[in-house]
Design a protein around this ligand. Structure first.
Ligand SMILES: [Zn+2]
Length: 140
């Protein structure tokens, strides 16, 4: 028996990651996890209350935006696109927003807020289909 004490492997891994200054997959570690947890909770609460009381839902999503600006932590684009810039209501397709594909040459997706009428436009690009080459027959 050697005199060194060894902790559980997970603690060892965390210590190693802290020394390196990197989290999982080489990305920098999250500094303010509590803020992201709170924003996530508020965003889910906004979704749940959207059907019951839109005003409360707007309050929750505006709080999410305030927290992200105060703590200088970015919202992911998927979340940011579902919050109206003007009235901070959730843009749920068919319920609180209208989604249309517009444009002849350059197609874009336009999302209209039903409460304030603000239009968000997102560029829509066609994905080129990859050609699937037929596999050469090795049978017979
Ligand atoms: Zn709006």
């Amino acid at each position: 028996m050697d005199g060194q004490k060894q902790g559980p492997p997970i603690q060892k891994y965390k210590q190693k990651q802290q020394q390196k200054g990197k989290g999982r997959n080489g990305a920098p570690p999250l500094r303010n996890i509590e803020t992201f947890e709170r924003m996530n909770f508020l965003y889910q609460a906004a979704h749940l209350t959207a059907g019951v009381s839109p005003q409360l839902s707007r309050f929750y999503s505006s709080t999410v935006k305030k927290i992200s600006t105060k703590t200088v932590s970015r919202l992911s684009p998927e979340i940011k696109r579902t919050i109206c810039k003007i009235c901070t209501s959730l843009l749920i397709p068919g319920y609180s927003s209208t989604v249309r594909i517009q444009g002849q040459k350059q197609r874009h997706l336009s999302v209209t807020c039903d409460y304030c009428g603000k239009i968000k436009r997102f560029r829509h690009e066609k994905k080129e289909k990859k050609k699937i080459e037929p596999t050469s027959g090795t049978s017979s």
